[in-house]
Design a protein around this ligand. Sequence first.
Ligand code: PEP
Length: 251
Amino acid sequence: MSRPYLMAGNWKMNKTPSEAVVLAEAVKNMKKGANTRKMVAPSFVCIPAVADVLKGSDVTLAAQNMASVESGAHTGETSVLMLKELGVTAVILGHSERRHVYGENDGLINEKVKLALSHGLEVVLCIGETLEEREAGQANDVCFGQLEGGLAGVSAAQMQNVVIAYEPVWAIGTGKTATPGDAQTVHEACRGKIAELYSASVAESVVIQYGGSVKPGNAAELMAQSDIDGALVGGASLDADSFASIVAFDD
Ligand code: PEP
């Protein structure tokens, strides 16, 4: 079975609503291969404007985060119910900036994963080791722990709605990319871990994206690896030409 490629732009805290509309229009019109899917994750305040642009298109609209509960006294948080009403169908959870800057741990991320899945949202669960952990030879074990923690209580059936994004923390926004071979090694190991947690068929079908300084010049080589099924792109997704060339990596 051939897994689809998922090319996702994580716009982080960039683009005002009017700028986001321009970029969303460009993404909507980007050419892609038959086996490639496009996704964008604007900031919360840009979602309504971007949703208008993407309505009826083949671009999946994602949020960059969400609260672990549906509603209540949670100042500054955003609910899954609000996101769904705006047309959001996917959510990025456990991004390294959420883990390392905002202190989110696997337990909290797991609550969010389960809530999002129970509402029918697709989840992009981010995992990845720090430089210190990599240098200590712990890259696989850190990812395995984040998979186990983030996916606790998630059923095999729900895994159809889960994408994993392997993003080595030292490669995010730094210009340093894991070599395709190094990335493939972790992707293959994580697929093995998913087989252990679920089954060989769940592991075969789960999309595992790579993220960390993906750009037009390295996308094709990364995508050529057998266990790399797409990219979660930060910086290069903010420029329409760069993202277009990553989306069309197989052109
Ligand atoms: C990201 O934000 O998920 C990311 C991978 O960023 P960048 O592409 O800028 O490294």
